[in-house]
Design a binder for this molecule. Structure first.
Ligand code: ADE
Ligand code: ZN
Length: 351
């Protein structure tokens, strides 16, 4: 018989959510670039910023939709110029994640955002790779990289990016698709994703964040995505919900991102409880924590407080994060043991 989590009182949930081991599967490393680091790197490189100080920059983080956010996100990324910058960025994220009991992170990066500005692919790859190695050795947090193609650019440019990244083929485990969703359906990238699959890369794609359920179908049927990033619009298509549940296709859900980008009127109306109730393998992630007001634990705390999800959902979401990861089965079993121990400790502390 499978292990059933003991019920934990609502008052103990915030501490349990923080203490439980979990994996993060939807984090854009450029979206973890905090305003303080933007100013520090701008000073290092002699870059003039159009904001007086950190507070003024933070005040600009008010978004009506995805595109308004992306405009500032690409502007912020302009301070990332050399290998050391990418190392610092990756290392800072992993240090923060380790404090939140994240045991494993699958990290997106957007090489085109950097190579288009003249930053060598090698600077991006070496900096992030070194951060990942140091995170494992010094912090005990595992991580892997997923290269994302920018969907507002052409498929030809995606092919060129893939080619430029191949000398570092062993340093990333998969590819994804991000940036402006509406008007850029997954089918636009059918050929480059087919090539990535031939290369043995894992395949994920942002779909159904702002875009329609049809984009999720395309990500599954055309790109053969193994996970859907966001996917929260699936609730509008009953057949799609059944497909996602039956095949256990994970959704990497990002509640604070959805709130800040006005995907839902407020967090109380977030579709996460509906996704879980329908038996989907939903997970909780931070997306772009420096821009959306919180890392993984803040996402858990906010969506649980707003929707009234209980400790059974907390267990399911953490277990889903391990199931949905691309880690090997032995590691997943070890994480599940640690998760169950965390629930037993929380139960014992409350009895
Ligand atoms: N790039 C960084 N964050 C993103 C998001 N939430 N959606 C699409 N592209 C992104
Ligand atoms: Zn994202």
């Amino acid at each position: 018989m499978s292990w059933a989590p003991p019920p934990i009182a609502a008052a103990r949930l915030p501490a349990l959510l923080a203490a439980a081991p979990k994996a993060e599967l939807h984090i854009h490393i450029e979206g973890s670039l905090e305003p303080e680091m933007i100013f520090a790197l701008a000073a290092r490189h002699g870059i003039a910023l159009p904001y007086a100080d950190v507070q003024a920059l933070r005040r600009a983080y008010a978004f009506g939709n995805l595109q308004q956010f992306l405009d500032l996100y690409y502007q912020g990324a302009d301070v990332l110029r050399d290998e050391e910058d990418f190392y610092q960025l990756g290392r800072a994220y992993l240090a923060r994640a380790a404090t939140e009991n994240i045991v494993h992170a699958e990290i997106f990066f957007d090489p085109q955002t950097h190579t288009a500005r003249g930053v060598p692919m090698g600077a991006v790859m070496r900096g992030l790779r070194r951060a990942s190695d140091d995170g494992r050795r010094e912090l005990g947090i595992g991580s892997a990289l997923i290269l994302c193609f920018l969907r507002h650019l052409s498929e030809r440019e995606a092919f060129e990016t893939l080619e430029a990244a191949l000398p570092w083929r062993d340093d990333f485990i998969g590819v994804g698709l991000d940036s402006s969703e509406l008007g850029h359906p997954p089918e636009k990238f059918a050929r480059v994703f087919a090539r990535c699959r031939e290369l043995g890369l894992h395949v994920v794609a942002h779909a159904g964040e702002e875009g329609p359920p049809e984009y999720i179908w395309q990500a599954l049927d055309i790109l053969k995505a193994e996970r859907i990033d966001h996917g929260v619009q699936a609730v509008h298509d009953a057949a799609l919900m059944r497909r996602l549940a039956q095949r256990r296709i994970p959704l990497t859900v990002c509640p604070l991102s959805n709130q800040k980008l006005q995907v839902f009127p407020d967090l109380a109306h977030h579709s996460l409880p509906q996704l879980l109730a329908a038996g989907l393998c939903a997970t909780v992630n931070s997306d772009d924590p420096a821009y959306f007001g919180g890392y993984v634990n803040a996402n858990f705390q906010a969506v649980f407080a707003a929707t009234g999800l209980d400790s059974a959902a907390a267990y399911q979401l953490a277990a889903n994060s391990f199931e949905a990861s691309f880690a090997d089965a032995a590691l997943k079993r070890r994480w599940m043991d640690r998760l169950q121990a965390a629930f037993e400790r929380a139960h014992d502390a409350g009895s």
